[in-house]
Every structure is written in C-alpha cells, then in structure tokens.
Write a protein that binds this ligand. Structure first.
Ligand code: AMP
Ligand code: MG
Length: 416
C-alpha cells in the first residue's frame, strides 16, 4: 500500500472508477460550463425569410443597370415587419428597408443607404411621390441573406458531448431550446482536518493557523463546475472526524485536507477505512503532494489531500479536477499539457515528477515558463503568483534555461 504510484497510474486508477453522473434537464440559462447530453437541431431555417443585411433600399437590380437612377419609394420596412404584409416592388420602385427586415416581393437586392440621395420633392406632391436617387448598381442578391443561408431546419447545430459556453447558450436561445439535457453537477463536500485550524474569521491562538485549504478546495471545486458543500474543520480525533467524514460521504466527492501523512495524529486514512471507504492508494510519486490518499465508497470518490497548501492545490488540479470533469461528462477530463521553454535553469531533488508553480507567458512562437521561487509546499502565497504548473519529470535533476518542459495552464490562467 505504501508504494508511491506514478502520477499517470494514479490518475488512470481514479478515472477508471470515476462514474459519469446521469444527465439532467436544466433551464438553458443554467447550462453554461456543463456538457451537452443531447443533439440540438434547428427548429426552422435561419434566417427564416429573405432578409436585408444593410440599411438602404430594396431594389430590383435590373432597374439599376444604368445609374444614377431616380426611383419611387413605395414603402418603409422596419425590422420585425410581417413578410406577408409587404407590397410588391414593381419596376421603377424601391422600398426603404432596415437591416434585419424581410425583403419585399419583386425586390432582389438591397442598395445601401450610403449609395443613395433623397430626390427633391416636387412642390405640392403627395407622400407617395417620394423619390430616391440611386448612384450605383447592385448585383441580384446583393446585401440579402437567403432563407436558410445560415442554418437549415433540422440541421444538427450542437452534439452530445459539446461544452456549453456563451456561444452555445446563444444557439439554444436562438432555437428556443429553453430546457436542455446536460451532464450532472457533482456534489462535493470539503472538509479540512487538523487540531491547529481555526476559521478564517478568527484570530489564531498560539500554535494555531487559519484554515486556508478548505476555502481553497471549495473555490477550486466550484470553478470546476461542482455544487460545493463546505463542511468546515474536523479535529484530529477519531470520533469527531468519523462523524464529519460520514456526512461528507453523502455526495459524489469528498475532498479532505490534512491528516494523511505518517504522524501520530494523521487519522484520515484509518478513519476513512473505518467508514467503509476502500483506499486505492496512499502515496503518489509527485512533488509536492506525495501522501495523497485516494479511495471510494460506492460511487463516492474520496481525495485525501496533504495539508500543505501547495500540495492540496496541486493534487486538486492534477487529480480531482479531471475526476469532476469526468463526472460531468467531459470526453477529455484531463488538462491538455502544453510544452513551454524555461526562462531560467531549474533544479529538483528528483525521484518524483515535480509540478511547480510557474508563470507562463505566450511569447510569439510558444510558451515561456518561469518556475517561481518558493520556500516549499507550505508556501501558500506561491500559488497566488502562478498561472500554470511546470512539469519536471522524475529523472530530471536539473534543466537549463531554454529546456522544454510540460506545462499545465490552470483554468484561470488567462485571468491572472
Ligand atoms: P498535515 O497534512 O495534516 O500533516 O498538515 C501538513 C501541514 O499543512 C501542517 O503544517 C498543517 O498545519 C498545514 N495545514 C493542514 N491543514 C491546513 C489547512 N486547512 N489550511 C492551511 N494549512 C493547513
Ligand atoms: Mg494535520
């Protein structure tokens, strides 16, 4: 049990038992960030009618073979006009038309307003006598969208497995799909363990520290798309820890921090087992985060993250986030590693794959990676300075500037 699993094996072992949650139907406005579980087909042609793409005049192109031509304006067509109520545009006639409005029968093109000049009205002429001078000709079909040009009725626009972002929500809105089937949202309980911990709003007494891992894991899980259930702090005492663990096992995932090392008060592993959790492994060959403990009780996955804040951060990013994404139905749950070039030499002890806080910057041809200086895995501020993890393979003791390394861009890398 104490063999430290290689990172890839540990992740494979997690994903192998990770369930995909059943699909649920939600209002489309709540589908963002989730994975579509049904095809979305167009309910009609888009556009649904011949549509003006410019403000100007609906014309018969044949009337403009020689220009300038002075033509009679017979109607005005704002967007939203019922196409069935339009008058036919006859020879020598035009209709003033707005972008998005239906093209009237008889017209076959739109001449943009910039190419026209109002003709002086004859004194005493009635409204119908309005005329416009068209200065240039147009091809038939110019500035007109044909019916069904963008999308045909019945066409599949989104597929099961597609990520729902803002653009997909717009597609759902356009097609009137106000309810939609998406992957389930994992319910994640977060429990920080440790007798030294006090909540963030308390002043820590002597020898005590504020709980930062709890809020860290809650926010990471929330950002990954989970419904989070913060469960506060459990002490390093079997009975109280057991009760909190039981409560935390009611959802799809329990994220614990602390209590997984070799100390006398590291009771998480044995308490999980007492609660019926099957432990799959208790160590991974990763730095930081070696004593990461993983197990499950039925379909509920349990991640025992080491208490050091950087370890909890890295373990979540590398192992828990992919599991959440698998639950949500993402076909590719793991972050796709990029390659980057080191801006400065780095050294490590080796023997374990290193996942170090880094700043990645896109520099023309690719990513430049600067591994951030740190005092170690207790350096809770270092995570706030990075936007990526640089991956140094276990067998690399030192790498020179310019060496290529694996890179995981964190989910919020674009923002920080
Ligand atoms: P442990 O894994 O319980 O041995 O804890 C390792 C280190 O991480 C210790 O210095 C703990 O005080 C610290 N630590 C544990 N839990 C937390 C937490 N929730 N927030 C911040 N630091 C923690
Ligand atoms: Mg502890």
């Amino acid at each position: 049990m104490s063999r430290a699993l290689p990172v890839g094996e540990a992740l494979a072992s997690i994903l192998q038992i990770c369930p995909v949650l059943p699909a649920v139907e939600v209002p489309y406005t709540e589908a963002g960030g989730r994975v579509l579980q049904e095809p979305i087909r167009a309910d009609q042609d888009y556009p649904g009618f011949e549509k003006a793409m410019m403000d100007g005049f609906a014309v018969r192109a044949a009337d403009l073979r020689s220009t300038p031509a002075t033509l009679r304006v017979i109607q005005e067509i704002p967007a939203g006009t019922d196409p069935g109520r339009l008058r036919e545009v006859g020879p020598g006639q035009v209709a003033r038309i707005m972008t998005g409005a239906p093209l009237p029968p008889g017209a076959d093109a739109v001449l943009m307003v910039e190419e026209t000049t109002p003709a002086d009205r004859d004194a005493g002429a009635d409204e119908d006598a309005e005329r416009v001078i068209c200065r240039s000709g147009v091809e038939p079909g110019a500035n007109v969208a044909r019916r069904g040009e963008d999308v045909r009725a019945g066409q599949t626009l989104l597929e099961p497995g597609d990520y729902v972002g803002a653009a997909e929500i717009a597609v759902l809105a356009a097609c009137g799909r106000t309810r939609v089937r998406v992957g389930g949202r994992p319910r994640v309980a977060v429990l920080a363990t440790g007798d030294e911990l006090v909540p963030a709003d308390r002043i820590p007494g002597p020898g005590r520290i504020r709980n930062s891992n709890g809020p860290l894991l809650v926010e990471l899980a929330r950002r990954a798309g989970a419904e989070t259930h913060p469960r506060g702090i459990a002490p390093d005492r079997r009975d109280a820890l057991r009760a909190e663990i039981e409560a935390g096992l009611q959802g799809d995932m329990l994220l614990l921090s602390g209590g997984v090392s070799m100390g006398r008060y590291d009771l998480v592993g044995e308490t999980l087992q007492a609660a019926g959790v099957t432990l799959r492994f208790e160590a991974v060959a990763i730095k930081p985060g070696r004593p990461f403990t993983f197990g499950h009780r039925g379909p509920t996955l349990v991640f025992g993250c080491p208490g050091n804040p950087v370890s909890s951060y890295v373990i979540f990013q590398i192992f828990a986030r992919p599991a959440l994404r698998r639950m949500m139905g993402f076909a590719e749950p793991s972050p796709l590693p990029q390659q980057g070039v080191l801006t400065a030499p780095v050294r490590q002890r080796g023997g374990r794959d290193g996942y170090y806080q880094a700043r990645a910057r896109f520099a023309g041809a690719g990513w430049e990676v600067t591994v951030l200086p740190t005092t170690g895995s207790a350096d809770f501020v270092s995570c706030a300075r990075g936007n990526a993890l640089a991956i140094l393979p276990a067998d690399a003791r030192s790498l020179p500037a310019g060496a290529s390394v694996g890179l995981i861009l964190l989910d919020d890398h674009a923002d920080r």
